[in-house]
Design a protein around this ligand. Structure first.
Ligand SMILES: Cc1ncc(COP(=O)(O)O)c(C=O)c1O
Length: 328
């Protein structure tokens, strides 16, 4: 089935708010050929009782994006706060009253043949209505991939570099064709890194364990949120360390985290049940805590949320000023 985006969707492109049908790049664009872009992924959650749309941790996402763009020497000439204002303005202009996925993309924009990078950069931000990414309410069956996670010295996995996602696409495609819901990738040392598009946590002997940021993972913002919720709300000890493949087969609970997936329980790995094969109690609690925090129901975590509609149109002035900035 061919998925078609709504061409009337208002997107931010070339320094302006335009319909998607006008946001086009040429076929010689550097990033299209060589993968020289860095993207980001945010979520906004619609809270029906409050009639409010909450963007989850936008400042942290835009800070990560700008820093990681630096790895490819791409400059995004706006502050995280200005980027937040554009994001809120996009929601306003599209009159969104639903959950969203937000996709900023910065890229090498020169239209020419040749892999060397120059200083021609561009960026866009698109927000689309978005439901569940992985249907994980009954728990997922994950399979360890035959594809290895890319090494930091090849293409740094800590940045969401466009070209690096061929690695995730190969692993995800293999997993789904083999009947799994998601892939788990090992690094060249054979240790567990993460899922194709999400981080990984396991519970063993009462401790929550996740691979270290030096184990070829993306430094997930959901991962960071879960570490904070687990330690502050549940008093759990959280350990960042190398995980051996076979620990996945003997752990007490296993789950994946990410902006798209949220907190997704894994109940089977490589055809073996995780513990008794049911969703773990701790995973359920963390999933609920994360949901509540993202929907503005936990006052201590309102600090993570940007309310889009509260108090009129706070983004308007800032966004209008930004829209006038030409980003040729
Ligand atoms: C490879 C990879 N790992 C982990 C994550 C989770 O990161 P975050 O929680 O910041 O969305 C993502 C998704 O963005 C990803 O693509």
């Amino acid at each position: 089935m061919k998925a078609e985006a709504d061409q009337n969707l208002i997107v931010y492109f070339g320094g302006q708010y335009v319909p998607l049908r006008e946001a086009r790049v040429g076929i010689l664009t550097h990033a299209l050929h060589y993968g020289t872009g860095v993207f980001e992924g945010l979520r906004a959650y619609w809270d029906e009782p409050a009639q409010e749309l909450f963007v989850m941790r936008p400042v942290e996402h835009y800070e990560r994006w700008k820093r990681n763009c630096g790895i490819l020497r791409i400059d995004v000439p706006l502050t995280p706060e200005e980027l937040c204002a554009i994001t809120a303005e996009l929601a306003w202009r599209n009159a969104f009253h639903t959950d969203l996925y937000i996709r900023p993309l910065a890229y090498k924009s020169a239209e020419r043949i040749g892999v060397a990078i120059d200083d021609q950069d561009a960026f866009s931000i698109v927000a689309v209505p978005y439901g569940e990414y992985l249907h994980s309410e009954n728990g997922l069956h994950a399979g360890v991939s035959s594809w290895r996670r890319i090494e930091d010295n090849a293409i740094p996995p800590r940045a969401k570099i466009c070209g690096a996602y061929a690695n995730s696409a190969l692993a995800g495609d293999e997993a789904r064709r083999a009947g799994f819901d998601e892939a788990i990738l090992l690094n060249e040392s054979g240790h567990v890194t993460e899922g194709a598009t999400c981080n990984l946590f396991m519970l063993r002997r009462g401790r929550l364990i996740t691979p270290a940021v030096t184990d070829n993972i993306l430094e997930g913002i959901t991962r960071d949120s879960i570490v904070e919720l687990a330690s502050r709300e549940l008093g759990l000890e959280v350990v960042e360390r190398t995980i051996a493949r076979s620990e996945l087969y003997v752990c007490d609970e296993l789950f994946l985290t990410g902006t798209a997936v949220g907190v997704a329980p894994v109940v089977r790995v490589d055809h073996r049940p995780v513990a008794d094969g049911a969703i773990g109690a701790l995973t359920r609690r963390l999933r609920q805590l994360y949901f509540d925090a993202a929907h503005g129901n936990l006052p201590a975590y309102r600090k993570w949320l940007l309310p889009v509609y509260a108090g009129g149109r706070p983004a308007e002035q800032n966004a209008a000023r930004v829209a006038e900035t030409s980003l040729a």
